[in-house]
Write a protein that binds this ligand. Structure first.
Ligand code: ADP
Ligand code: GN1
Ligand code: MG
Length: 367
């Protein structure tokens, strides 16, 4: 096998057999992910190898401290609850030959290796209420598992990650600088961002006024960050633990609404396809309440519909900012990818806003 950085990094981990292959895998926007195939007693066993994006995560060792605590706690708790297939319901870090939980290569990149969750899929687009239910139930269970995480407060791996007013301020800075002269290509989106600035403080304001509590949350709950079992469609394992840190459940539920209520892709260019569908929202509420109802406060519950509106707006702002800044953050596959993504998010915000009056009665009825 050629000596790519990822094949070299793979050799640093205590794998139970010889490496057969290491190929790029998945559709995440941030890290470099590889599927490893390892020969173990005549069988092929897969692992996930990841290089952490250190442009995005400035303190990778602190991030990995969080990840190791989260993996350890979730596995221990599931095992102590006697869950029979606990091994595929929480990620496990594969140690390095030196017995560490991550590897630093000779140019300073951090790598980690996880067990591969087989017979499960991370979907980029929702295709049924059943999937929406399963995803929301899994993220609610994940929050419940972490409610008693022992030890100090988790590190904030990206400070102000869901601080929507700061995201808005960053957008304004990018707009004022317009370093690539791209603002003229996004006039409608820029107007939308500015006209909806009142959305920015809905969640952060409630947190600041202590109307809702800080909790350990996932913070990146898009649909493809939970693997659904191929046979049962159950949400079997929450992945992408880089942003598990102090947050609000509204960030998590909001990103579920963003990614699991419209049957169109995040970067859909046919805006007519982007619509928040009430049956999918209903399934999200049902799934989320099935695992989270026991710990949610009345105020958290009441804000669930707005959470989708705010987080979709926030991520639209982030895509638009990245467009203006010249595509420096999110991985892009085409020249206008970030602009397309921003447009699609704002279309979805419009759809959610129009349907808020119908979302609240659904919530009230189900809670
Ligand atoms: P990113 O931060 O770049 O989104 P993720 O941790 O979400 O990285 O991983 C990217 C993709 O790799 C996921 O969407 C999923 O398809 C796949 N993946 C990640 N971890 C595992 C795992 N342990 N088992 C199976 N697939 C995985
Ligand atoms: C990124 O890592 P990934 O692809 O699961 C991003 C999220 C965005 C999402 C939009 C660390 O998620 O915040 O909501 O893209 N993750 C980070 O698809 O910025
Ligand atoms: Mg991901």
């Amino acid at each position: 096998m050629t000596n790519h950085p990822h094949t070299t990094a793979a050799q640093a981990f205590k794998l139970p057999g010889g490496l057969i292959s290491a190929v790029p895998y998945g559709s995440g926007h941030i890290n470099d992910t590889y599927a490893l195939e390892v020969a173990v007693s005549g069988k092929v066993v897969r692992y996930i190898l990841q290089r952490i994006n250190q442009q995005v995560f400035k303190a990778p060792d602190a991030l990995m401290e969080n990840v190791e605590r989260v993996c350890y706690h979730t596995q221990q708790k599931l095992a102590s609850q006697g869950v029979p297939d606990a091994f595929r319901r929480a990620l496990r870090l594969i140690p390095t030959l030196q017995g560490r939980n991550w590897h630093t290569d000779d140019v300073g990149h951090r790598w980690r290796c996880y067990n591969f969750i087989e017979n499960a899929t991370g979907h980029d687009v929702v295709s049924s209420p059943r999937q929406a239910y399963a995803a929301a139930r899994a993220f609610g269970s994940f929050q419940a598992l972490l409610a008693d995480l022992p030890g100090k407060r988790l590190h904030e791996t990206i400070p102000y990650f869901h601080h929507t007013p700061k995201r808005l301020a960053n957008f304004r800075l990018a707009l004022n600088r317009d370093p690539h002269g791209r603002a003229k290509s996004a006039e409608k989106e820029i107007q939308f961002a500015l006209q909806n600035e009142h959305l920015a403080s809905v969640i952060t304001g409630a947190l600041a006024r202590h109307e809702i509590p800080e909790r350990v949350t996932h913070n990146d709950t898009k649909l493809n960050n939970v693997l659904l079992d191929n046979a049962s469609q159950e949400g079997i394992c929450v992945i992408d633990l880089d942003t598990v840190m102090p947050g609000s459940v509204l960030y998590d539920f909001g990103d579920l609404v963003r990614t699991s209520t419209s049957p169109a892709a995040e970067d859909e260019v046919d805006l007519d396809k982007i619509v928040m569908q009430l049956p999918l929202f209903t399934a999200l509420i049902e799934g989320y309440l099935s695992s989270a109802k026991g710990f949610l406060t009345q105020r958290e519950l009441a804000l669930l519909p707005e959470a989708g509106q705010v987080i979709t707006y926030e991520i639209g702002l982030r895509f638009l900012t990245d467009w203006l800044e010249g595509d420096v953050y999110f991985k892009c596959k085409r020249p206008t990818h970030n602009l397309d993504r921003a447009r699609a998010q704002f279309k979805l915000v419009e759809s959610i806003t129009a349907q808020l009056p119908a979302m609240h009665p659904i919530l009230n009825q189900l809670s």
